[in-house]
Design a protein around this ligand. Structure first.
Ligand code: DX5
Ligand code: ZN
Length: 215
């Protein structure tokens, strides 16, 4: 059974308390929180004050995905507003190893996200230091995009790297996840499934989460 992490990006921002309580009641395991800066990605979502507001109601792990340049500048700030897992982009990190140690030093789990064009081999020298790899299955910046099929092969390659090295790194898939591709992703080696629009645009988000969890 995979860890299910609904993306709050697709929630109703005027009803974050209601939607957070729905996630608490549901079979969701984590809250996936997408931070976008309008520089690393061509969209701006929300920052610390909104995460703090969600945290007031959220009773589950806060999985914070930073789509921002120079993410190392804000590690303490994201810890302070409630992040449990802090994921930075490989493409935005000049000193990735140092950044991972700094995240862990704050008592958070450290994640690295890979854009669709980034080969998994770039993690060969840091995989043992990474708690979570967030494999982007769409180009980051927006919810509701089409899943990129090449992702399955990348997941298989990464799974092999992790297993060969005896690492305990989790593989998270982010973008375009639905009940139509979840099974194949888990078979390829995914541990965590992020789903935004598929959950929140469905008629019964709680039931949709249960459907994903049952796969
Ligand atoms: C994309 C974000 C995703 C997004 C997923 O940049 O990182 O987490 O919210 O949304 P869906 O599931 O709609 O593709
Ligand atoms: Zn995300």
């Amino acid at each position: 059974m995979a860890i299910i992490a609904p993306s709050v990006l697709a929630a109703d921002f005027a009803n974050l308390q209601r939607d957070s309580e729905m996630l608490n009641r549901s079979e969701a395991d984590w809250f996936h929180i997408d931070v976008m800066d309008g520089v690393f990605v061509p969209n701006i979502s929300f920052g610390m004050p909104v995460i703090k507001a969600i945290k007031k109601h959220a009773k589950k792990t806060m999985d914070v995905h930073l789509m921002i340049v120079q993410p190392e500048r804000y590690i303490k700030e994201f810890k302070a507003v409630g992040a449990d897992i802090l994921t930075v982009h490989y493409e935005a990190s000049t000193h990735l190893h140092r950044t991972l140690q700094a995240i862990k030093a704050e008592g958070m789990q450290a994640g690295v996200a890979l854009n669709p064009h980034t080969n998994v081999n770039v993690l060969e020298d840091t995989i043992e230091d990474i708690d979570l790899v967030c494999m982007m299955s769409v180009n980051p910046g927006f919810g509701g995009q089409k899943f990129i099929e090449r992702t399955y092969e990348k997941v298989r390659q990464l799974r092999k790297m992790i297993d060969d090295r005896g690492a305990s790194t989790k593989i998270e898939i982010d973008g375009g996840v639905t009940t139509a591709n979840a099974k194949q992703l888990i078979e390829a080696g995914a541990d965590v499934l992020v789903a935004g629009s598929f959950v929140f645009n469905s008629e019964d988000p709680e039931a949709t989460i249960a459907e994903l969890k049952a796969i």
